[in-house]
Design a protein around this ligand. Sequence first.
Ligand SMILES: NC(=O)c1ccc[n+]([C@@H]2O[C@H](COP(=O)([O-])OP(=O)(O)OC[C@H]3O[C@@H](n4cnc5c(N)ncnc54)[C@H](OP(=O)(O)O)[C@@H]3O)[C@@H](O)[C@H]2O)c1
Length: 251
Amino acid sequence: MTSNFLIFGGSGKVARHITTLLSSQGHKVHSLIRHPSQVPEIESLGGNPIVQSIEDSSVTDLATTIRATSATTIIWSAGAGGKGGPERTQAVDRDGAIKSMDAAARAGVKRYIMVSAIDVRDRETKAEPEWYDEGDRERSDRGWSALGTYMKAKFEADRSLVVENGRRGLEYTIVRPGRLSDEAGRGTVGAGRVHTTEAISREDVARVVVECWGNEGTVGLAFDVVGGEVAIRDAVAEVARGRIDCFDGRY
Ligand SMILES: NC(=O)c1ccc[n+]([C@@H]2O[C@H](COP(=O)([O-])OP(=O)(O)OC[C@H]3O[C@@H](n4cnc5c(N)ncnc54)[C@H](OP(=O)(O)O)[C@@H]3O)[C@@H](O)[C@H]2O)c1
């Protein structure tokens, strides 16, 4: 059965893979982008571009857009990418994401898939993941020291998605990729309680997102995904079966 999606940050590299995948399966893909110059490329991937800046839109604006598309699934894959300083990171990665959650709820959309990042957590008051080893600890220290504003913004958005879901009632899944690469997808990953070593291709992240949409057992879960050897369908099914949640207890 075909479905109807709206991707926030549709011009992004992961989002473009998601657009290609979903549109090739016959789904309708609405793609929220910032620049009119990106319209032809999104159309060539099979997406329906909507030019609207997340930062400059209110919850009401975004809910109006969502309603106009009749989307039944929202995918968040936007990010400031560190451009424009800490204020812009907060405006997009934290506030923009939270606005999209509120807008989805207001528009009556239930399914919401967030592309977050591995190691997003409360490092100050919560214990580190129990499966972390010395290498994970070093990468975590390096990542948070280089990208602290971004990691905190992602953390606050994800915490809102989980903690405030009583009032929103979204059927969310949080996909937490490790370091991203532009290599061709392999179709295999490591998912769940994994070490943070292996980069994952953006194409494989897109496949994981699409697989989560197809697997309702992932609703309510936040899980890590890195490069690995398990077929994506099996890896996601394993996470769903085990109710593996890498964010639980860390917010
Ligand atoms: N980079 C990593 O290693 C890494 C690791 C883990 C997770 N992630 C996360 O994975 C997700 C996807 O990553 P990616 O590599 O695909 O990122 P990307 O290529 O930088 O895509 C992000 C997109 O968000 C768009 N955007 C920014 N501000 C916007 C606004 N106000 N309104 C509408 N769109 C806006 C950008 O559009 P413009 O082209 O107009 O700027 C960009 O196309 C992001 O959420 C990122 O935080 C990244």
